[in-house]
Write a protein that binds this ligand. Structure first.
Ligand code: DGL
Length: 282
């Protein structure tokens, strides 16, 4: 069984892409709704909450957990993978983040290749990253992109209120104003030069991809994470098929929350009209 973790509902965009792509694999989702959103929290809190979420998913039977949340990945993935997991007592388990496949797609370079190579070495594209405060201030995306494409210009833009407004199902006009504010802020940084590629670096943004599309020119390639992650997972599981092996448990949708399951299920319909019922993670 494979776990997908997010601070709240946004990771459902990733969960759905994976469940659709791999119908034979059991997935379990955990949304930490009791503590969402993570985007403006101090880093130490994000690390502690993410570790607790991973442990809940391991306890539920997951052997591999994908942090479907950009904030959790940028702030906590390395600490959990390198410092916590080896000493945690959880054996034969792994934690993956959502940044690696996104950077691979943005740079057209495998994650394992962390030094610039032809032709990416000479790539002078402008690459935009839109995300939460904590994702952007972690500088993980620009650092990882520049390792592979040192001549690319990476421009980051915080969309501070956008994830919350999507989560709250605010009207389309309000969401569009927030997207436009983000795009305008980005263009103010580039002197009006639109990006060649734009990373929608927050789990919620695929739900307003059409609004980003509306405010960016057609030559800007939007990198939307659910598909990118599903592609990358296909490659990962082909090399580590034991994570996809049947566990004997039912493979139907399994959604857990640290919040109130009834309220969370109702709110989840914003993201997924036919969302199955959440159950309590406690
Ligand atoms: N899931 C978060 C992310 O992808 C957005 C919501 C939050 O701030 O917790 O960054």
């Amino acid at each position: 069984m494979i776990g997908v973790f997010d601070s709240g509902h946004g990771g459902l965009t990733v969960y759905r892409a994976l469940a659709d792509r791999f119908p034979g694999i059991g997935f379990v989702y955990l949304g930490d709704h009791a503590n969402a959103p993570y985007g403006n929290r101090p880093s130490e809190e994000v690390v502690d909450l993410t570790r607790a979420g991973v442990e809940t998913l391991f306890g539920a039977g997951a052997r591999l957990v994908l942090l479907g949340c950009n904030t959790a990945t940028c702030v906590a993935a390395r600490t959990l993978q390198q410092d916590w997991l080896p000493k945690s007592g959880w054996e034969a388990r792994n934690v993956l983040g959502i940044v690696a496949p996104t950077v691979e797609a943005a740079t057209q370079t495998p994650w394992a290749v962390s030094a610039p190579q032809y032709p990416q070495k000479y790539n002078t594209d402008v690459i935009a990253v839109f995300g939460t405060t904590r994702t952007i201030t972690s500088f993980v995306y620009p650092e990882e992109i520049r390792k592979r494409c040192p001549r690319a210009t990476v421009v980051q833009q915080i969309c501070a209120d956008l994830a919350g407004a999507i989560e709250a199902a605010r009207p389309e006009s309000e969401l569009e104003a927030l997207v436009k504010r983000g795009v305008d802020g980005l263009l103010a940084q580039t002197g009006g030069q639109p990006p060649h590629r734009a990373i929608l670096g927050c789990t919620h943004y695929p739900l307003v991809e059409h609004l980003f599309r509306r405010h960016l020119p057609s030559f800007t390639r939007l990198l939307s994470q659910p598909e990118i992650v599903a592609d990358s997972f296909e490659d990962y599981l082909s090399r580590r098929p034991h994570y996809a092996a049947p566990t004997g448990r039912a493979t139907g949708p399994r959604l857990l929350t640290t919040g109130d399951p009834v309220k969370v299920t109702v709110a989840g319909r914003v993201f997924w009209p036919g969302v199955p019922d959440f159950a309590s993670a406690a």
